[in-house]
Design a protein around this ligand. Structure first.
Ligand code: SF4
Length: 432
């Protein structure tokens, strides 16, 4: 979502007459789009802010956007006095107006309101990828997981109208984009605010019908709002990628409750069962937090057991990180850093074994990939399967990009010949 926010901010600035430069040294306006989901990311922002500090006297203007901006607010001016603009994502619709204030010589401008009704819906997105495009369909979050800053930094949940989402998706197809990714903190909590009243499964099915769109992805889903019609939609249309990222966070019933995740382990497993029983082979991936306050060895074992039972295709593992304003901060029994690291490494090793096993089952299969690039070092094309697996491949008839063209952006079939823990490799084959 942050990457896409940056695309929208760049698009908005270009429409205001700004030009983008390749190096920050050349810029007159430097904006840092920030993340505060973990403490480390936040510290990095203040470190980076020091980088060009001396340039402030030479007329360079600095701004901080995103979640650290929202969380720290005017304190940023104290910690980094050379910064002139501080704005959270809920205020991006006001960016042009804030920039006018800066150009008028205003020294300090802020956009920190969270009471917006609007999603950041701008016609001025400058997309980084010419083939795959992000579309935000819902912003903010109304849940209150005990460890998470998002409800404080991105404001309340607000969905775009289905008409506005469909208009954007159709115009992307007309521009030649073939893959779209629907985005939201809780993408499947989408509720069309217009009279049409589509739910998420309906929106998914409708976007998959747009002529020219070959793949539709979505991220991130919240287990509580993950309903069976979403699986039925995936089963019903191969344009919808058979990959679901469903963050479980913990396999322990007690920890899930303390995390205030709003689902039980059994409810989560029911959703996994729907996916495992689907007609299509759905790849399931997840996020896990290890070392949440009060997580016992037995709780952690339950997480490991759940992961081994489900056999996720991949996962992001995070060590619990204390975040300001969150309920978990007040919990007792914080787990020592070394213990968090130990649990992290155990889970990482188990998951690596699962991935080696899962990926080996792809050897001998023919998979369609969307070609994303070419790796000069390995002299292989880089493709992505519908299940979101990286599949590197060679093609003797088209060994590299040349003046005759490129495979990047194309869809092609690849025979998987090898597998590793994080990717697959193979040879391009003629269409079957
Ligand atoms: S659902 Fe929970 S983890 Fe996800 S953004 Fe909302 S509060 Fe954070």
């Amino acid at each position: 979502m942050n990457a896409h926010d940056s695309e929208k901010v760049v698009g908005t600035l270009l429409a205001e007459g700004y030009t983008q430069v390749d190096e920050p040294e050349l810029a007159e306006l430097v904006l840092y789009n920030t993340c505060s989901i973990r403490d480390k990311a936040e510290q990095k922002v203040f470190h980076r802010l020091q980088q060009f500090k001396r340039e402030a006297g030479k007329g360079k203007v600095f701004g901080v956007l995103g979640c650290v901006a929202q969380q720290e607010g005017e304190r940023i001016f104290e910690r980094a006095p050379h910064v002139s603009l501080v704005a959270g994502s809920a205020s991006y619709t006001r960016l042009p107006e804030m920039l006018v204030q800066l150009e008028a010589g205003n020294r300090r401008v802020t956009g920190l309101g969270l009471d917006t009704e609007e999603a950041f819906d701008t016609p001025y997105t400058r997309r980084d990828n010419p083939h795959r495009a992000y579309i935000t369909i819902i912003e903010g979050c109304d849940k209150s997981c005990a460890y998470c800053v998002v409800p404080f930094t991105r404001g309340p949940e607000r969905s775009r109208t289905s008409e506005s989402v469909m208009r954007e998706a159709r115009s992307l197809a007309e521009l030649g984009y073939t893959e779209i990714q629907l985005l939201g903190q809780n993408v499947n909590s989408y509720r069309d605010p217009s009279a049409q009243g589509w739910d998420f499964a309906t929106l998914l099915a409708k976007t998959a019908e747009i002529s020219g769109i070959r793949r539709v992805r979505f991220t991130t889903s919240h287990p509580r709002d993950f309903v069976k019609p979403i699986i039925d939609a995936i089963d019903g249309n191969p344009v919808l990628c058979n990959h679901v990222h469903l963050p479980v966070q913990s396999g322990s019933r007690a920890v899930l409750k303390r995390m205030q995740r709003l689902y039980t382990r059994d409810e989560y497993m029911r959703r996994i069962e729907w996916m495992k029983n689907a007609r299509r082979d759905i790849a399931i991936t997840t996020d896990i937090i290890v070392g949440f306050p009060g997580e016992t060895e037995a709780d952690f074992d339950e997480t490991v057991r759940l992961c081994e039972q489900i056999e996720y295709e991949s996962m992001f593992i995070f060590k619990y990180s204390r975040r300001p304003n969150t309920p978990a901060l007040e919990y007792g029994d914080h787990i020592p850093e070394e213990e968090k690291t130990r649990r992290f490494l155990i889970l990482q090793e188990r998951q690596r074994a699962i991935q080696i096993r899962r990926n080996s089952t792809y050897v001998g299969r023919i998979e369609e990939v969307h070609v994303e690039g070419f790796n000069l070092a390995t002299e292989q094309w880089i493709g992505r399967t519908t299940q979101h697996k990286t599949l590197n491949f060679s093609d003797p008839a088209f060994p590299a990009p040349s003046q005759n063209g490129t495979l990047v952006g194309q869809y092609t079939n690849v025979l998987v010949t090898r597998s590793g823990p994080n990717s697959l490799a193979g040879e391009r084959v003629k269409a079957q």
